[in-house]
Design a protein around this ligand. Sequence first.
Ligand code: SF4
Length: 415
Amino acid sequence: MYFCIQLNRNHLFRTLNEIIMDKLNILLQDQQLEATLKTIAEKVLNNDRITDDECLHLYEQAPLSYLGVLANHIREQRHGDKTYFNRNFHIEPTNVCLYTCTFCSYSRLIKKREEGWEYSMEDIMDIVKKYDDEPVTEVHIVGGVLPQYDIKFYSELFTNIKQHRPDLHIKALTPVEYHYIFKKGKVSYEEGMKMMLDAGLDSMPGGGAEIFHPEIRDQIAGGKCSGEEWLRIHEIWHELGKRSNATMLYGHIEKYEHRVDHMSKLRNLQDKTGGFQTFIPLKFRNKGNQMSHVKESTTIEDIRNYAISRIYLDNFDHIKAYWPMIGRTTAQMSLAFGVDDMDGTIDDTTKIYSMAGSEEQNPALSTEALVKMIRSVGRVAIERDTLYNVVTDFTGVVFEDDKQFKGYVSLPVVN
Ligand code: SF4
């Protein structure tokens, strides 16, 4: 009975995938399709790059269904039904910060530092040790910016983690922290990144990018590293042969032009270095920050944004939906709009988005729950390490819970 169902499901998916691939051709035959949208669709079909103006046109004019066909075509060409996730945990050494980014719900000002937390080296190592018997592959470290967390502190921290657990991948700190600690330590970016590499840093997360354009960046994140500095630090890291991710904080006071400008700068740098792995659009959340009066983007806008980034960023391998920020349901939906990565299990170890009003107040998922979330929308769950090496392909893995007959057979949800 079970094999019968599996066979039928596989057949069902194969047939549907063929239909999905055909959708682009059907779209191109649509006589009503507006000229620029037709040109863009042809470019996608021929694997040609779209221009910045065409990207802007997508933001301004493209219907969601059109974007879905294009983005899903690209996603399936590259990854088929594979959807990646990893087993990770976060450490946020402090939420006290020298800066006052207006979108930030997480940080506490130095004058109110008693409301926040400031972990010592020992506190952080205790968190790492908590995972000694867990099959996690990555620790993700980001937090506020404070003088005591300097080059020496972070070098020692990376070294200590590596000494304790050499196989744990350290993905840590953004150019916001690096710019500050290198300036304070009077070392160049080049020297500083080399020191981090020698201490044990494996890769850099994509945070701190916000919106690069100074017209917006100065208003929402004034004082911290500029867009150029953010890009330069990633470039140096890539030149050292290492990988990183990139984000974009959208849906606040920026215009579509600013989003295009942001992604254009990322695409240009990626042409030069090839060091980015994943692009992660981050939705602005408005709870408990200085921009609470700014309305949040709609789910439709979030999905459109994923799709457009997949179409525009032709030199990025992966587009990620960060489920603690966007919520599980939207993250599942995004898998039909260009997204192929769902981040990780996280284990309730980040407060950044729960404090900003995300639906996910205690972000933690078991591996089984994450796999089932992916399967329930007709995709295949692949556990990866940080560098996208396959750890476990969950195709055909049957969980204990699945063996119990519940009186119904769950069918995949397909778009
Ligand atoms: S976003 Fe980062 S740099 Fe800005 S205030 Fe928050 S913790 Fe500090």
